[in-house]
Design a protein around this ligand. Structure first.
Ligand SMILES: [Zn+2]
Length: 264
């Protein structure tokens, strides 16, 4: 198998428990190792995402977050430590990732994910994982993913509730984030800093995001595209809603209307 030659003996050992999975195999690992993941946010969701993607050997991981590690983060943001309070979150997370897997390349941006930065980074990513904590950034990330045809794994958690989905507009039936949560809607901006958050809910959603990202990169399983998964940490229950593309969506709808309206 010539493909195996791209992995050395250490890689074969390091990733053996994924390689042993029939669906994953060496080919899946080679795809994961050759991939580039863009992670927006290095907080409660971004921590497990960053650690799991590093452990799994995603070859290049770019982290974006403009915040610093604070004592109140340590309850749930498991990539950070007491000794790194005051450091940039992306740098703290990069240290944790490097300790798990020094063979991957981690790039960090101590910046807010604004439209300009996303326009620069999203085209180079194979998957984008949105782990941010605010509605405005989620919309910007979604817009960049739709524009560049990149799959988006978006998660959110507050109090005891979490949700996630995969938005992959390469599939014309799959909605984008804005099909479900229109940019002009007046959602109450809910922040952990105000309302609190049950730490394992953040971990649960973040781990599921890492799983969806790895499935997309390895080309295995059935991604959550077209389904919104909701988790209730009080009752430990999951619900799944079928969701579809909104033809009138201001983000992904117009593009298709434009295409469809072109006279043949
Ligand atoms: Zn849409």
């Amino acid at each position: 198998m010539p493909i195996a030659k791209r992995m050395d003996d250490d890689d074969l050992l390091r990733y053996s428990r994924h390689i042993l999975l029939e669906e994953f195999g060496i080919e899946g690992q080679v795809r994961v190792s050759a991939s580039h993941a863009l992670v927006i946010g290095a907080g409660g969701l971004g921590s497990p995402v960053a650690l799991y993607l590093a452990g799994a050997g995603v070859g290049r991981i770019t982290l974006v977050d403009d915040d610093e590690v604070d004592l109140t983060n340590l309850q749930r943001q498991i990539a950070h430590t007491a000794s790194r309070v005051g450091q940039a979150k992306v740098q703290s997370a990069a240290v944790a990732m490097g300790e798990i897997n020094p063979t991957i390349l981690v790039r960090t941006h101590v910046r807010r994910a604004d439209a300009a930065l996303l326009e620069e980074l999203v085209p180079h990513a194979d998957v984008v994982i949105d782990c941010c904590d605010n509605f405005a950034t989620r919309q910007l990330v979604n817009q960049a993913c739709v524009r560049h045809g990149k799959p988006l794994v978006a998660g959110a958690a507050i109090r005891f509730d979490g949700q996630l989905s995969v938005y992959d507009t390469r599939d014309t039936a799959s909605p984008c984030y804005a099909c479900l949560f229109p940019p002009d809607a007046h959602f109450e901006e809910t922040r952990c800093a105000v309302l609190g958050v049950f730490a394992p809910v953040v971990g649960t959603i973040g781990v599921l995001q890492a799983g969806e990202a790895l499935k997309l990169l390895a080309g295995i399983g059935e991604p959550l595209a077209g389904r919104l998964l909701m988790f209730d940490g009080r009752s430990a229950s999951f619900d799944t809603l079928r969701v579809s593309r909104d033809p009138a969506c201001p983000v992904c709808g117009q593009r298709h209307t434009t295409h469809d309206a072109t006279p043949g």
